[in-house]
Structure formats: C-alpha cells, structure tokens
Ligand binder design. Structure first.
Ligand code: AP5
Length: 213
C-alpha cells in the first residue's frame, strides 16, 4: 500500500524477483480491461482519468476473480487492492472462505511533496519496464533499454489528476492501514519510500524475511 507514486509497482517487481510471488496490480488489471475496449473498460477509464476510485462493487468482483485465478501456491502480492475499508472486508471474507490468510501489509511511506514529481516523470514500456525521466532514466531518451520500444506516459499521470488521486488516497485508502493495524491479526510493515529504489527494496526484503523467522 502507499500513495500514488510511492513505488508500489517498482518494489513489487523487485520482490517478485526475490521471493517468486505472483504480482496482482489492480491498476494494471483495470488498464488491461480498458485497452480491450469493452464497456466495462470504458466505465473504468472514466474513474481512472478523473483520479477517482472505481466503485467498490466493480473492484471487488474483478479482484476476487483475479485472486481466485492466481497462483496461491507461489503466494500473491496485491498491489493497489484493497483501497477502501469495504474492499478490505470483502478480501477478508474471500480469504477466510478459501482457508487462507494475509501474511502482512506493507505500507510504503512517501511525503506528498515528492509525489507529483515522481508521477509526472514516470515513463513506461509495453514490455513492463518502468522508468523515471530523472531518477531511473533510459539510456536513450524515450526509448526502452530492454526492448527498444518507444516509452509512453500514463493518461492519468498529470499534475491535475495526481492531486485527485492523492486526495482519494488520504480520504479512502489511509483508513485501510488503520483498519489492519487495529485488527491485530495482520502485521503492518512500514518502510521509508523516499530512499532510493534499491534501498527501499533492501529494507522491504529485510522486513519480510524477519516475518518468516
Ligand atoms: P494504480 O495503477 O494502482 O495507481 P496508483 O496507486 O496511483 O499508483 P501508481 O501506479 O501511480 O504508483 P506506484 O506506487 O506503483 O509507483 P511506481 O512504482 O510506478 O491505480 C490507478 C487508478 O486505478 C486509480 O487512480 C483508481 O482510479 C483505479 N484503481 C486501482 N485500484 C483500485 C482500487 N482497489 N479501488 C478503486 N480504484 C482503483 O513509481 C512511480 C514513479 O516513481 C516511477 O517513475 C518510478 O520509476 C519512480 N520511483 C519509484 N520508486 C522510486 C524511488 N524510491 N525514488 C525515486 N523514484 C522512484
């Protein structure tokens, strides 16, 4: 968990390499549906482009399917879900019904003042590689180091929309961290996301390894 641009996607990719879990990103799942051109995708796009959260009923149904289809043996890493207390309660019910449970909630903490610069500088490639024009630049401007394709910018990565996304995070998503902290059954691990990506990754791996001991 973390605000837009906290580094959830960046860290998720690193953790998958270290621990071999399956990465389920609600944002990626919604963007794939949007790219399919379906009516549902068009509906999702309206919320995403406005920086608003997609309604809980839609999110819970789509994520329940993705989780049920996911490789539970390898372990699932949820990125961007749950994002409201209602979504967290629906996830609790789904996990309990499957005889499963959450090991930990990771909260990546980054001050709001750093967020706009991170988001507006983000560039990505269709091969999955992610960049930042200043912090993680490609070798050749706007060209992917891995596959040579032209880099793109997300439609919701504008200064105006990111302010809406931040507001949604503070009003609707931060209470989810309080929900998990107060339930006492799930460990909430807080990491400082304002360090470099590699330093954050080391802190995260150490916190997760400590959980297993
Ligand atoms: P989603 O795709 O989840 O977007 P988000 O939460 O706003 O998060 P981002 O993907 O923007 O950021 P990130 O934390 O992954 O950062 P990243 O690693 O890319 O959701 C999009 C929309 O879908 C939502 O607005 C909503 O409409 C909808 N939605 C999704 N889930 C929903 C749900 N559950 N309920 C309702 N609606 C939902 O890093 C960002 C940039 O910073 C990159 O350029 C990166 O290279 C750079 N960077 C990363 N780490 C560092 C670092 N340590 N130092 C410097 N730069 C760094």
């Amino acid at each position: 968990m973390g605000p837009p641009g906290a580094g959830k996607g960046t860290q998720a990719k690193k953790l998958v390499e270290k621990f071999g879990m399956t990465h389920l990103s609600s944002g990626d799942i919604f963007r794939a549906e949007k790219s399919s051109g379906s009516d549902l995708g068009k509906q999702l796009a309206q919320y995403m482009l406005a920086g608003k959260l997609v309604p809980d009923e839609i999110v819970v149904e789509m994520m329940a399917k993705a989780i049920a289809d996911g490789d539970a043996e390898a372990g699932l890493m949820l990125d961007g879900f749950p994002r409201t207390v209602a979504q967290a309660k629906a996830l609790d019910e789904q996990l309990a019904a499957a005889g499963s449970e959450m090991d930990a909630v990771v909260s990546i903490v980054v001050p709001d003042s750093e967020i706009v610069g991170r988001i507006t500088g983000r560039r990505s490639c269709s091969c999955g590689q992610a960049y930042h024009v200043m912090f993680i630049p490609p070798k050749v401007e706007d060209v992917c180091d891995v596959c040579g394709a032209k880099l793109t910018q997300r439609a919701d990565d504008t200064e105006e929309v990111v302010k809406e996304r931040l507001e949604a995070y503070h009003a609707q998503t931060k209470p989810v961290i309080d929900y998990y902290s107060s339930c006492g059954e799930v460990r909430v691990l807080e990491v400082d996301g304002s360090k470099t990506p590699d330093e954050v990754s080391e802190d995260l791996a150490a916190a997760l390894n400590a959980l297993q001991q």
